[in-house]
Ligand binder design. Sequence first.
Ligand SMILES: O=C(O)c1ccccc1NCC(=O)[C@H](O)[C@H](O)COP(=O)(O)O
Length: 231
Amino acid sequence: MPEIRVKICGLRTPADVAAAAAAGAAYAGFVFFPKSPRHLTLEAARDAALAAPPGLAKVALTVDADDAALDAIVEAVPIDMLQLHGHETPDRVAEVRARYGLPVMKAIGVADEGDLAAIFDYSTVADQLLIDAKPPRNAALPGGNGLSFDWRLVAQRRWLRPWMLAGGLTPENVAEAIRLTNARQVDVSSGVESAPGVKDASRMAAFVRAAVSAGGGGLPGGIPDLRAARR
Ligand SMILES: O=C(O)c1ccccc1NCC(=O)[C@H](O)[C@H](O)COP(=O)(O)O
């Protein structure tokens, strides 16, 4: 059975990154969104990213960022992948991918069956897809809200590109989410925190353990092939 890869999002310090790596995460996410308790300055992000060992892919998460903001991140922080978590169109995803030569993961919010068409639209332009709970209308944040969606909507589904299940995952429920959906990649943020923006090393370790054991395939070795699905 293929390995399970875990992304831990919203890491803020070199110690967070070291703990995520020790836990066995494959991806470390850095949030660039000032309203988020997980937001990082460029300097803090650089310090955190430099703590990542080889094999831990560093993902910069942005929300409807313009070229100037993306330029600044890419210049200051050694990242491996961009995660677009706003209302970026498929054309914008393609543009960002071409401009930076980095793999791009597009986040898509799902609340009901009607949201699934967007997954197909983005699967023709993004390297990976992050299928997350759609934030409620009045939510302050477009992600990282600790809310799940109905996993049956994506159970056993396949798309053109690798995908990651996100939204309200915790060490307690990730095994069930994997069993139901057959996701091979999972993402977590608030479920491994002791307070908003404060990562908990023991919860990160428990999350990876639970995910890997549910996936039945052990931890991946080496650097994730972020462009595996590039056509
Ligand atoms: O985490 C944030 O603060 C955030 C802010 C703005 C846009 C996206 C954000 N997070 C996106 C992620 O990739 C989260 O890991 C994902 O939404 C799952 O979060 P959670 O439900 O808390 O596990």
